[in-house]
Design a protein around this ligand. Structure first.
Ligand SMILES: [Zn+2]
Length: 123
């Protein structure tokens, strides 16, 4: 059986993707050598859908594959750390999605004014 990645059809798709996006999309610093399936085929990702492809360098591809094998979530280097203004580079960070704690939303720091939702301290 011919391996999927050796098929002429995939080789053509691979060339297309690498010419469209020649730099690694994960670290943005190195030339890409691999066309990676963003959602792995083993987890139901579409093999042939170009929206499920990303160009990766050797290092990023190795790191992502290793993370997938052990069930970890891999954060691409471009999404690590912060921008100069202190906001996180990761677009999925709770900072952007509202999932994180903020001072104004914290019940511990907000005096209870709503009588239905307050705890009485004056007993
Ligand atoms: Zn890379």
């Amino acid at each position: 059986m011919t391996r999927f990645y050796d098929t002429a059809r995939w080789q053509k798709c691979r060339r297309m993707q690498l010419s469209r996006s020649p730099m690694c999309e994960a670290c943005l610093t190195k030339p890409a050598k691999h066309v990676d399936h963003i959602v792995p085929v083993s987890r139901g990702g579409d093999i042939w859908k170009s929206s499920n492809w990303q160009s990766l360098c050797q290092d990023c591809h190795n790191a992502k594959t290793a993370a997938e094998r052990t069930g970890r979530t891999w954060t691409p280097p471009k999404h690590r750390g912060c921008f100069p203004d202190g906001s996180p580079r990761d677009p999925a960070h709770p900072w952007y999605t509202g999932g994180g704690r903020s001072i104004t939303a914290s019940p511990a720091l907000t005096p209870a004014r709503d009588p239905q939702n307050s705890i009485s301290y004056q007993k």
